[in-house]
Write a protein that binds this ligand. Structure first.
Ligand code: FES
Length: 201
């Protein structure tokens, strides 16, 4: 005699149909980026092409600024995985964007070390200076402010990642200067301390 309730044997299980990010325009890598991906894929065993999904997505983002549904399908085809596999990665990591963002994305860490060292005041000041809320892009299309989890530089809190570059020990006073520098000097004012720079080559 079983104490388990009877199971519904006619139940069917299927993967839910998901809608990828906005499809956008058809996407292919430039010849240069395709060559970079081929070089990266060659580092892995042939049956492990999927291991290149992170650099493949970085290359998409460097090329067109954000990652569309068509780009996910394109990457999936190149790596022999499904578009849903690619979307899982895109939606998990905050450094991948599915909508247009500003020229400079200011990702402020809000995890413990940064939180207790004033990250909230840093976000407040950035938003005040740019007239935005977290998650928004300013009216000029130059700056997007995001709140993210630990950026791995907890001993230098609070940390802002500007595109791929960490800017450490920030405060409400320093972020105004940071914005001024970015406006005046552009990318040359970024620090160069992130591994992603190696993907760009
Ligand atoms: S808690 Fe902010 S970088 Fe780790």
């Amino acid at each position: 005699m079983s104490f388990h309730p009877p199971m519904a044997y006619d139940a069917t299980f299927q993967r839910s149909k998901r809608t990828l990010a906005e499809p956008g325009e058809p996407f292919t890598y430039t010849a240069e980026n395709r060559a970079k991906l081929d070089e990266i894929v060659a580092r892995y065993p042939a049956e492990q092409r999927r291991s290149a999904v992170l650099p493949a997505l970085y290359l998409v983002q460097y090329q067109q600024g954000y990652i569309t549904g068509h780009a996910m399908e394109y990457v999936a085809g190149l790596l022999g995985i499904t578009p849903a596999d690619v979307e899982d990665v895109v939606s998990y990591y905050t450094m991948f964007y599915t909508k247009p963002v500003g020229k400079f994305v200011l990702s402020v860490c809000r995890t413990l070390s940064c939180a207790i060292n004033g990250a909230e005041r840093v976000v407040h000041e950035l938003c005040h200076q740019l007239h935005v809320k977290p998650g928004e892009t300013d009216a000029t299309g130059t700056f997007t402010v995001l709140e993210v989890e630990c950026l791995g530089a907890c001993d230098k809190a609070p940390v802002i990642m500007v595109n791929d570059a960490w800017h450490e020990k920030q405060s409400p006073d320093t972020v105004k200067q940071l914005l001024d520098d970015l406006r005046a000097k552009g990318e040359s004012s970024l620090t160069d301390c992130h591994m992603a720079a190696k993907v760009k080559g």
